[in-house]
Design a protein around this ligand. Structure first.
Ligand SMILES: [Zn+2]
Length: 613
């Protein structure tokens, strides 16, 4: 079963393999460790088995993609531009200037970024880093920054940090409000708990998986705000194009006129990308995505000899670039326009996902296939973006929640044993999607029904093995794993202390507000003054009706005034009042107010159930 309605391009078209190998200089060490000796990246765990033809536990197209993505080492992109690929989920790129090197997107972890820089320097000399460019606000494009430059060198003006408008705000906000739920769900999406191999994890389509090292952030010193803006750094000329609201809320492309090279950030890669990632996010806008690809084609394509991105391999040759960017643009525009056409004829997201047919000319290119995003879930995302979760049919307006519905379904269907017996016959008939749906009811009605869980795990496994999409495969196989061996929690937490230290006081207050346990707090009436000497601001916070709100510089009365240095604020963000006191927190007034507030905070649960009630 394929996750796209697809007429596959020919497997003997080897252009992608040629491009993925082109410019190869040297491989690096496959295993990267942190300073405690723990493995935080192991590309060898993929290349050890990703050779030859696909086994019958992997969709051949995903096998092909994973084999390409697992290629690792230092590569020349064009004269003076290099990439290290296969050191993390993303690529790190190096652009040589008159005296030093500009780094584009320093991976997720300081350890992988430092290892990539070392590999580059081993072959290109010990050039100092003069600038870091972040193409967008996702962690795989900035988290390793302190592995390649120090905060001190940035503060001293030796290194510029260049990023698009809104970069820091979006880089951290995604980890704050819904961060716990996203991180737990990302464990499914990236298959972090899966053993690697032909029956387990072999890649997420965009890259193999996420590294698990130290995540950091440095505030930009140069913010790019306008399309057409030109900047010369260390003799390297760059022309920027803003692309906000595409693959990330804060994103930009840029062109190197003297090198005839174009960097497309993450908006044109060798996959159909996500309009809504399976870990959960705000829905992205395919309409502006297509618009910015059109603009990039108009501004840069016919004067480019190479286009590269921060995932996958480059594309060379002006005609190929024009074709590649045009097809990527048509992909997002087609999904957008056809979904709207069909929703205006009354079809719902799940119906459109089954109906939509991709033009053969688009399907015939490997890079349009859904290895990371999928036609199916992107179409539903577009429906959600325009019309939301409700499809207009009031039979579905006030449905019972899953556990309540499951008990009644199973009773109506003749009891759990009867449903499992029927499900077994449907499995034999190949009705895997249907069986997943009915066994989900049995497991939610009777979570201790061993046979139902075991059969559902088998069904998920078969669905995973048949998925062309890397993240679908990870989702199905992760679900099978939890049904068999229990909840694996949240393997990778992206809200690192360095990220959290960039929270503004207002974001931090918002992060507290979303932890207030409403019913426990709705009779409380608190007012706390916050004086923040390191930020030069003061706030009056109130808790009333179970709602935490704040205003800046209010002179209304408070029951307690806190003086909170930055370090103490961080400690409070972690819910630790004692650590905050040790970091210089001073309280003036009724100190019990603070413990009352913190007593009604309910942090997220990184171990919540997904596939069990
Ligand atoms: Zn990325």
């Amino acid at each position: 079963m394929s996750t796209t309605v697809s007429t596959s391009p020919p497997f003997d078209d080897t252009a992608d393999f040629d491009d993925a190998d082109r410019g190869f200089i040297a491989a690096g060490e496959p295993v990267i460790r942190n300073d405690r000796g723990e493995v935080i990246w192991d590309n060898g765990s993929y290349t050890s088995f990703l050779t030859g033809d696909a086994p019958d536990t992997v969709h051949p197209s995903l096998w092909r993609q994973s084999t390409l993505v697992a290629k690792q080492g230092l590569f020349e992109v064009t004269d003076g531009i290099y990439q290290v690929r296969g050191f993390d989920l993303s690529n790190i790129s190096f652009v040589e200037g008159d005296t030093g090197v500009i780094i584009i997107d320093p991976l997720i972890s300081t350890e992988t970024a430092a290892a990539a820089l070392a590999l580059y320097r081993e072959h290109r000399g010990d050039r100092p880093v003069v600038a870091v460019i972040h193409t967008h606000s996702h962690v795989d494009h900035f988290g390793g920054v302190k592995g390649v430059v120090s905060q001190g060198d940035v503060d001293a003006g030796k290194v510029a940090i260049i990023a698009p408008e809104g970069f820091v705000e979006h880089a951290i906000s995604e980890n704050v409000y819904a961060g716990t739920a996203m991180a737990r769900r990302a464990g499914y999406m990236y298959g972090a708990a899966l053993a690697r191999g032909p029956e387990g994890g072999l890649g997420a389509g965009l890259g193999q998986t996420t590294s698990t090292g130290t995540i950091t952030l440095i505030d930009p010193t140069v913010t790019i705000t306008t399309t057409g803006h030109e900047l010369t750094v260390d003799g390297v000329r760059m022309v920027f194009q803003m692309a906000p609201g595409t693959e990330a809320p804060s994103e930009m492309h840029f062109y190197f006129p003297d090198k005839r090279a174009l960097c497309m950030a993450e908006n044109a890669t060798h996959t159909l990308h996500n309009l809504l990632t399976l870990r959960g996010a705000l829905v992205r806008d395919p309409h502006v995505w297509a618009h910015y690809l059109t603009e990039a084609i108009e501004m840069f394509a016919d004067k480019s000899d190479v286009v590269f991105a921060s995932h996958h391999w480059p594309t060379w040759g002006t005609a190929n670039i024009v074709e590649f960017l045009g097809v990527q643009r048509d992909l997002y525009a087609y999904l957008h326009d056809q979904t709207l056409r069909l929703l205006n004829r009354g079809y719902t997201g799940s119906e459109i996902a089954e109906m939509i047919e991709m033009p053969p000319a688009l399907d015939a290119a490997w890079h349009t296939h859904g290895y990371y995003g999928s036609v199916s879930h992107n179409v539903k995302a577009i429906y959600q973006r325009y019309l939301g979760w409700y499809d207009g049919n009031p039979a579905r307006l006030w449905k019972l929640p899953p556990e309540d519905a499951a008990k009644r379904y199973v009773e109506f269907m003749g009891g759990a044993d009867e449903v499992v017996a029927k499900a077994r016959r449907s499995v034999e008939a190949g009705e895997l999607r249907w069986v997943a749906e009915v066994l989900d009811h049995v497991v939610f009605a009777e979570p201790d029904h061993t046979e139902a869980k075991s059969l559902l795990a088998e069904v998920f496994e078969q669905l995973g093995y048949g998925s062309e999409n890397g993240t679908w495969r990870c989702e199905f196989l992760s679900a099978a794993t939890e049904l068999r061996t229990g909840n694996f929690g949240t393997p990778t937490v992206t809200a690192s202390p360095d990220i959290m230290s960039h929270l503004s006081p207002e974001m931090l207050f918002d992060a507290l507000a979303v932890q207030v346990d409403g019913p426990q707090a709705w009779d409380l009436d608190l007012a706390i003054g916050w004086t923040l000497p390191d930020h030069g601001t003061a706030y009056r916070m109130t808790l009333h009706n179970g709602v935490l709100t704040y205003v800046k510089n209010s002179d209304k009365p408070v029951g307690l005034t806190l003086t909170v240095p930055a370090a103490a604020l961080m400690a409070l963000a972690g819910g630790d009042i004692e650590a905050a006191r040790a970091a210089g927190l001073k309280a003036d007034g009724d100190e019990s107010t603070l413990s009352t507030l913190f007593g009604v905070l309910q942090p997220g649960d990184p171990n919540f159930h997904i596939v069990l009630p």
